[in-house]
Design a binder for this molecule. Structure first.
Ligand code: SF4
Length: 156
């Protein structure tokens, strides 16, 4: 399961397949990370600095984090994509094709000047989370999505 959680400044990503419940997050920032609560991560309950420090101690890589750089991500189901905006201007998108076997992620792109800011990862997570919530299989074909979903350390 892939989930992302945002506040104004940061986005926290969670890949449940990698989590081996070492609970460093829960002990580091108990108000924010609580496995008994839904959603279990609530970024409104801690400072971004404390959350950043806690996420960086996750031993499994299940948690990761990025600054938002003022970019906003919107899921567009009709358009089969997620789109990144900065001050109302589109700066990136992640496209998928809906098929009998699931959602195939075919393309992820962020304008060159906004690369390396975690925006592409947010786009891929947005599509992946939407698919998972609809019980659709995610089939990454675009090389960036393959990297993100295999968690090979892709930043953007
Ligand atoms: S610190 Fe990481 S591995 Fe441990 S419970 Fe939290 S998310 Fe899972």
């Amino acid at each position: 399961m892939h989930r992302s959680y945002e506040n104004k400044d940061i986005t926290v990503f969670w890949d449940s397949d990698k989590c081996f419940h070492a609970k460093k997050c829960v002990t580091g920032c108990p108000e924010v990370f609580d496995f008994q609560r839904r959603p279990w991560i609530d970024l409104g309950r801690g400072s971004s600095a404390d959350i950043w420090q806690t996420v960086s101690k996750c031993p499994s890589g299940a948690l990761s984090i990025t600054y938002n750089h003022d970019a906003e991500i919107r899921f567009d189901e009709e358009g089969c994509r997620s789109v990144a905006y900065l001050n109302g201007k589109q700066i990136g998108e992640c496209d998928y094709i809906e098929g009998d076997n699931g959602w195939t992620i075919v393309h992820t792109e962020v304008d060159r000047e906004y690369g390396g800011k975690g925006i592409a990862k947010r786009l891929v997570y947005s599509v992946t989370e939407a698919a998972e919530r609809r019980k659709k299989e995610v089939i990454p074909v675009c090389s960036y999505a393959v990297k993100v979903l295999a968690d090979k350390g892709a930043a953007d």
